[in-house]
Design a protein around this ligand. Sequence first.
Ligand code: RIB
Ligand code: CA
Length: 312
Amino acid sequence: MTQRPFIIDCDTGTDDAIALMAAFGCPEINVRAITSVNGNVPEEYTSANNLNLTEYLGIDVEVARGATLPFYPRGDYYGPTHGKTGLGDVIIPDACRTSFSKDMAPEVIRRIAEEEKGELELLVIGPMTNIAIAISLYPQLKKQIKHIWFMGGAAKGGNVSATAEFNIWVDPIAAKLVMSAGIPMTMVGLDVTEKAVLGREEEKELREYGSKASVLTADILEYMFKRCKGGGEDALMHDALALAAAVIPECLECRETSLDVEFRGEYTAGHTVTGVCNRRVHQEANASVALELHLDVFKKWLLECVKRCGEA
Ligand code: RIB
Ligand code: CA
């Protein structure tokens, strides 16, 4: 099987970590690099989480640091969802044998896109700051990136406000730049990710499987269950579902439609505007938007991938 080359740009975070482990256990893809961005927690933590996680799991992959601020600074917006470090109360050892790439995220994206000659795909599961900087510095990427699969936005709803989803809300200007770059993209938004919930049954199965990745995923799920009991977000696999959209598209029902983002409004910046819910939008379809989820298909696939993570 010819593996598809991917870069995963992430603000690791609890659900990002699970998505990374699923990606490393996904035979269809070759993760060429992980690039870190400010998002759930400051970039110093998202980067450290990426390096620590890959070393802990014994995954040999380039890990690059990235943007520390969105284009329009949102101030100190960090909330309790992912805890202070981004992985809740889950501790993994600090990396001691590996180090960050000598290149920052935009340069890594440029270099690998060049190497992959138009076959590179991006999984973007945090704010789009790095991607926007890369495209702005290296416009040839608009032709070299084959597809952007991103977790963000919503055809209807929001989780930061009634109409804005976190990843897009943090950096709506970056999202606007990326969404207007003309790169084929698939939006996996809250319409489906808020249904992608794991429960005690999956946590038990993973813990009993007993591999490093499956036990770490079970520990992260345990943290998410506690978070939910305390009134926080449930064990939603936002980011892993964006990976699933790329690898097992049969788990989603998507529609080709127009996609844009509001980036100016004081109260509306971060709102993704699609042709799905806006009769007044008559733009050309420029994205595929996920609207329905087949949860059992997704959950079965996700557990299989996590179990394969780190196994030769
Ligand atoms: O709104 C959910 C998204 O915001 C996920 O990517 C989660 O990791 C946070 O970044
Ligand atoms: Ca994320």
